[in-house]
Ligand binder design. Sequence first.
Ligand code: ADP
Ligand code: MG
Length: 317
Amino acid sequence: MNEFDIIKIFFAPLAHHPGALNLKDDAAIFTIPAGNELVVTKDAMVSGVHFIGNESPESIARKLLRVNLSDLAAMGATPCYYFLALMLPATTPEHWIRSFASGLAADQKEYGITLMGGDTTHTTTGALALSLTAFGLVPEGQSLKRSGAKAGDAVYVSGTIGDAALGLQVAGGKLQVKGSGTLLQRYQLPQPRIALGQKLRGIANACMDISDGLMQDMEHIATSSGVGATLHQALIPLSMAARYAMETIENPWQTIVAGGDDYELLFTVPLHHISRLESITDVTVTRIGTMTEGKTIQLLDKHGEEMILARKGYRHF
Ligand code: ADP
Ligand code: MG
């Protein structure tokens, strides 16, 4: 199959918007509804770095899409379109691409989005590489940013923290406990908190999604806002499966607070908006600390002692 067949057979059926021109033209065309701004993000994934390589093509596709949707959620945006770039090793079988496209189709339905275009090339490096650009809409001036946190804000996270980092250990055969399947699922199939992100507009002072470890990402909000943060280990929400896993691994808190791939929202709320927070969301949100004056970012254990971490999160370089 050449790239024109790949586009026509597998990807044109995913391009529902008239402006995608059935992926038969050079580019796509769309207008932005009045009063809205476009929010655009791009994430790449490389076999051996972002996934192990033995995952199903469906789940690789859905993760690629969802990590981008999580970025849109973090900005308070409503996802609408995406563009896809595939750098495929020449040995990629047709059934792989078919399954990959079916994963995209499933999530297009789930999130009400459509493919608008992309690029398809082959790669000689041996590793499969993928990149996706997601577009979302947000009412003008209302997007959530990392830089708005104020000293005194309450710090919240959605869902539970650390499951995906533990799930990575399950995927690598290093961890096998009651609830392993749930952890693995949390690693392979993130749940972008889109509805929550939208509802946080006008409530949260700062927001981001946790992709590279809670502590490292907390530092991103604190630094860009020019404030500090104090978090409490005892308040960090954990799943049952994570609790089981933590009994069997060494230094579990290091994995929980500095492991990646949570794709939960981390956000700060001024105290006078906390009561509104409870009524807006069906996702569990948990207060884990407070933004502070100064520049220190600390995690306190149950005795109030600062916990020292070997590293705060994932880094590529
Ligand atoms: P060019 O010659 O400019 O590289 P292509 O032949 O790559 O053009 O692309 C033709 C059309 O197919 C364009 O609309 C492009 O956006 C779309 N397209 C190419 N690859 C993909 C892909 N993997 N997913 C979605 N659309 C794609
Ligand atoms: Mg092209």
